[in-house]
Write a protein that binds this ligand. Structure first.
Ligand code: ATP
Ligand code: MG
Length: 778
């Protein structure tokens, strides 16, 4: 069939083609996974450019991660047969917002070279503010405040807009004031945090209509991928740029026939008494949000101005960032927000084989709050989705490692293999396994194990022991945990070191003999030097693993995390234990540190074939031939937190996450559960995830673990090895695991706290993955 028109349109189906060629007016592509939404967006840009409708710098194109933006640029080059010059406005919300902000920094009281703080900086700054206010950091952790502020920023709330009820949630009503002080401090430091990149951008536009107009007329076309996961701030920002006309708000049920408000976003809209909700409603209704700001009245489009050329694509079944403030109803309201919008649905999935697609569709059908959609594939049925039980997570990692090696032997490219985990702590086991097997891997959207902050801190202690001249390491830990050796002290040490051309550590030795430091600082610096001397002496007589334990203990580093009440502290402590464990494989400290420097260095070959390891959240939009999905257990996936929660919103989001996981697979999707899992050092008996029960049996095959002795039999492992093990073995040897379900409630009650920590760690790992979205760190 000879296709008319340019090459890049070839092979598109009629609906896709319609979405590409409808350049004027608002377009929404609302369609399931793998139907070509991202491809449509990319082709659309190619079309705009090749039709001469706009130049590269006149197109605003928003992707969810920087990786996705790079990918899009690459594809674009392929479609047009030449690399695209420019496209400065292709990126994430935050990278684009940050870019705009730099051009006009002075209008929001910053300088154009402002720093973007990472989460650690942010927390450190908040700690200072708490101290100044005499607020007990243990009772009111800085991290908690950071989380609150982040949440407010996600919802587009400046300090003065935070509802009173919420501002009161922290430190007996001081939350709102601390937020305001924090913003002031940021300005003094010429810094912005991640949330500011958008929030300050919104403020910039609202307070400077002329600047806004400049961007409104620059961007002839706006394109947004993953629209279902936009939060209020992103939404407001888009609306400002797209000149969406002001319209009074209408209830969602009037937009989607049959939808009740609570079925789509439970409890969000009907709860009219809540300040928060009414604010969100207010900001969502751009009429009031905009007119509330003087000077903005001219900026929005007048009814006669042509509708903006905005094209958003998304899938309500893949909304997985609700916990971070994403509002799935942004996509459901599109037609209302952009009157006259053309809505295009795509129904053919080009990604997955029949069995995979059927399994995923069947699973997501268990959710109530969804639009519902048809998806079909013309691909073969392919292999069934497999479900494999293991005795424990170690065996699970071994089994997956073996299967990957098998794939590799059969000629599969490792770039086409991904392991998607629910919580980031699950990754360690795989990283260990891969290092042992010599299988190259990369962690996407977060740091690798040895790059995590707590691991680097611990390594810094060991490095200073090993090499007193390691200034970088010394500086990293001199005041971690806090010992009153702040910036002033470090500055003094630097001066000394520079003058006398000696390492910081030696400078410290000299300085404590003088009275240049205040007595308290001098005392603790002397104590630190003595400690290091002692550790160095111990090194001669103690095993290096033991030394590491002693150091972490005596330095107060472990205790620092034990006292930390933030959600990820438990995960960090777990990582520290894992670090000590990983040292066992080396003969001595020197050998271990050499290994680490090699591991850290290894990332050089980005082109190297490697298995991808990431959280399910980071896997959005990606696809792989082979997808491994470990840890499908109650309390881990779905997470304990959502199981403890009232209502089904959280559980439905978990199910969407499971659906996202399955739909990443082109040819093989392999699910795993372990009967025993160690979460933060404690073993628990687990039960297969309810999501496994929700898969259609005709598309699923239950297989034996290849990892070792098998979880079901009596070989090797005995319950005596663990305190609380119940044997579920035989329950799973036949299809269906209903018998295990009977145990579900009992088991859930027993171990809430442990599993919850794991889940929250995964959320905080998101803070990690934000760095990809921001492009401002790393
Ligand atoms: P997700 O919801 O997971 O983000 P998506 O809807 O964005 O998925 P794409 O990633 O754009 O889907 O496409 C999925 C796969 O299908 C890609 O490999 C893409 O190249 C391929 N594809 C899309 N449309 C077609 C087509 N018309 N012909 C052949 N392959 C296609
Ligand atoms: Mg996509």
């Amino acid at each position: 069939r000879a296709a008319a028109g340019p090459q890049y349109l070839n092979g598109l189906n009629p609906e896709q083609r319609d979405a590409v060629e409808t350049l004027d007016g608002p377009v929404l592509v609302l369609a399931g996974a793998g139907t070509g939404k991202t491809r449509v967006l990319t082709t659309r840009i190619a079309h705009i450019l090749s039709q001469g409708r706009a130049r590269p710098h006149e197109i605003l194109s928003v992707t969810f991660t920087n990786k996705a933006a790079r990918e899009m640029k690459l594809r674009l080059g392929q479609m047009l047969g030449q690399a695209v010059e420019g496209m400065p406005w292709l990126g994430t919300f935050h990278s684009i917002g940050g870019r705009i902000l730099r051009f006009h920094a002075e209008l929001v009281q910053l300088k154009s070279n402002f720093t973007v703080l990472d989460v650690d900086d942010q927390v450190r700054l908040l700690k200072q503010l708490l101290q100044a206010e005499n607020i007990d950091d243990k009772r009111w952790p800085a991290r908690m405040l950071a989380g609150l502020i982040d949440g407010w920023k996600n919802r587009g709330l400046t300090p003065s807009q935070v509802p009173a009820g919420e501002a009161a949630m922290f430190a007996n009503g001081k939350g709102g004031k601390l937020y305001a002080t924090y913003q002031e401090r940021l300005k003094i430091l010429n810094a912005a945090d991640f949330g500011d990149l958008l929030l300050e951008n919104i403020r910039l536009f609202r307070e400077n209509p002329d600047v806004l107009r400049q961007y409104q007329s620059r961007f002839k076309f706006i394109l947004v991928d993953e629209y279902q996961d936009t939060n209020v701030a992103q939404y407001l920002w888009l609306r400002l740029l797209s000149q969406a006309p002001a319209r009074p708000g209408v209830p969602l049920s009037a937009i989607i026939p049959g939808a009740t408000e609570s079925s789509v976003i439970p409890g969000r809209i009907e709860d009219a008494n809540s300040d928060v909700q009414s604010h969100i409603e207010e900001s969502r209704d751009s009429g009031s949000a905009l007119s509330a700001h003087p000077g903005m009245t001219e900026a929005p489009a007048t009814p006669s101005s042509p509708p903006k050329n905005i094209c958003c694509v998304g899938d309500d079944d893949q909304s997985i960032y609700g916990w971070r403030g994403a509002e799935v109803d942004n996509i459901l309201r599109f037609e209302h927000d952009f009157p006259g919008a053309k809505v295009i649905r795509l129904e053919r999935n080009y990604r997955s084989t029949g069995h995979i697609l059927a399994a995923a569709s069947h699973l997501i059908a268990h959710n109530e709050g969804r639009l519902g959609k048809t998806l079909r594939t013309e691909d073969v049925d392919g292999e069934k989705v497999t479900v494999t039980g293991s005795w424990d997570s170690e065996e699970e990692a071994r089994a997956i490692g073996e299967e990957i090696e098998e794939l590799q032997r059969a000629g599969d490219n490792l770039n086409e293999v991904a392991i998607l985990v629910r919580a980031s702590f699950q990754m360690r086991e795989f990283e260990d396994r891969f290092v042992t097997l010599g299988l190259p891997y990369r962690v996407i959207g977060g740091p690798r194990f040895y790059e995590r902050a707590e691991i680097r801190d611990a390594l810094a202690y060991l490095r200073v022991i090993n090499s007193p001249a390691d200034d970088l390491a010394f500086e990293r830990i001199v005041n971690v945990p806090k010992r009153g050796l702040g910036d002033a002290t470090v500055q003094l040490l630097h001066d000394h070191a520079r003058k006398r051309r000696m390492p910081l550590f030696e400078a410290a030795r000299a300085v404590v003999e003088t009275d240049e430091l205040k007595p308290k600082a001098r005392g603790s610096l002397r104590e630190l030097i003595l400690q290091f001397d002692r550790w160095r002496a111990q090194r001669e007589v103690t095993a290096h693993t033991e030394l590491a334990e002693i150091v972490l203990d005596e330095s107060g580093y472990t205790e620092m995390w034990q006292k930390d009440r933030s959600a990820d502290a438990a995960g960090r402590l777990d990582n520290l234990k894992e670090l000590v464990r990983s040292m066992e494989e080396f003969e001595n400290l020197q050998g271990f540190l050499e290994h680490i420097s090699l591991v850290m260095d290894r990332d050089g070959g980005a082109e190297e074939e490697a298995v991808s390891l990431m959280t399910l959240h980071s896997a959005k939009g990606l696809e792989f031939d082979n997808v491994f999905l470990p840890g499908w257990e109650e309390g881990l996936f779905p997470s304990q937190r959502t199981l403890d929660e009232q209502g089904r919103a959280g559980l439905e989001e978990e199910r969407r996450l499971a659906h996202v996981g399955l739909t990443r697979a082109r040819r093989r999707a392999k699910l795993y559960f372990a009967t025993n899992r160690r979460i933060h050092g404690t073993w628990s008996t687990t039960i297969p995830s309810r999501f496994l029960d929700e898969l259609p049996s005709q598309n699923v095959e239950i297989t034996e673990s290849k990892g070792g002795s098998g979880w079901g039999g009596s070989g090797g492992y005995g319950p005596s090895r663990f305190d609380n093990v119940e044997s579920f073995g035989s329950s799973y040897s036949t299809p269906g695991w209903q018998r295990a379900q009977a145990n579900r409630n009992r088991s859930q009650g027993g171990r809430g706290g442990q599993a919850r920590g794991g889940f929250e760690e995964s959320q905080s790992s998101f803070t990690g993955s934000r760095s990809d979205a921001s492009g401002s760190r790393g």
